[in-house]
Design a protein around this ligand. Sequence first.
Ligand SMILES: Nc1ncnc2c1ncn2[C@@H]1O[C@H](COP(=O)(O)OP(=O)(O)OP(=O)(O)O)[C@@H](O)[C@H]1O
Length: 229
Amino acid sequence: MSDNLLEARDVTLAFGRTPALQGASLAVRAGEIVAIMGPSGSGKTTLLHCLAGILTPDAGEVHFAGRRTDTLGETERSVLRRDRFGFVFQFGQLVPELTAEENVALPLLLGGGRRGAALREARTWFGRLGLDGLEGRRSGELSGGQAQRVALARGLVAGPEVLFADEPTGSLDSHAGEQVMDLMVDSARERGTTVVIVTHEARVAAYADREVLVRDGRVAAFSAAQEEL
Ligand SMILES: Nc1ncnc2c1ncn2[C@@H]1O[C@H](COP(=O)(O)OP(=O)(O)OP(=O)(O)O)[C@@H](O)[C@H]1O
């Protein structure tokens, strides 16, 4: 039996004639924070999307919590993403019509939570992430760093088992990026949340327990630390 929570096995995926993944394998243990690094176009985001059930590979397997997920139908995969995973993307992707607290509450509402309870839970994140007083703002009224912390709260509010972060600091200056990473890693460690981060920044990858390098659609190398864990 494996103690991996999440695993891609020999995953292949092409967009038309463009090969994105060509036999990528990656296993992530529960509670681990893993950074996926690699050159532009090497397949990092595609690998993250396969692990998260956003894309289904052409060949190979994806497993989560002891079950195969790449063979699930679209509805089952969207339930899996909603109930067990959280997401943070490069540009936050907050819903501009909603207030910050409504954005954070969204995963709870989509999961069937009541509005009052969801908003109460959402508000608890604002103090924790240094966002006190910004609950009623819309995304256009937040700085990039504030918006990304709101996006982080939204990614974590429903207590996901895995947080997937794709270039979470890519649109931020280094100070705001550090703040987001500190908060992400602290929150994940407190809760035992597994984190998979795609980044091209070494200082972001340095927050992870281990780094993997994707090259030409394959996981080419692991950091030395991995073998010892
Ligand atoms: N939706 C898509 N349609 C067509 N080709 C795509 C699509 N998404 C990715 N690709 C191609 O697949 C390959 C891998 O892309 P991917 O986004 O996974 O790389 P990446 O390592 O995350 O790159 P970056 O660091 O630039 O974001 C690239 O050649 C890319 O052009």
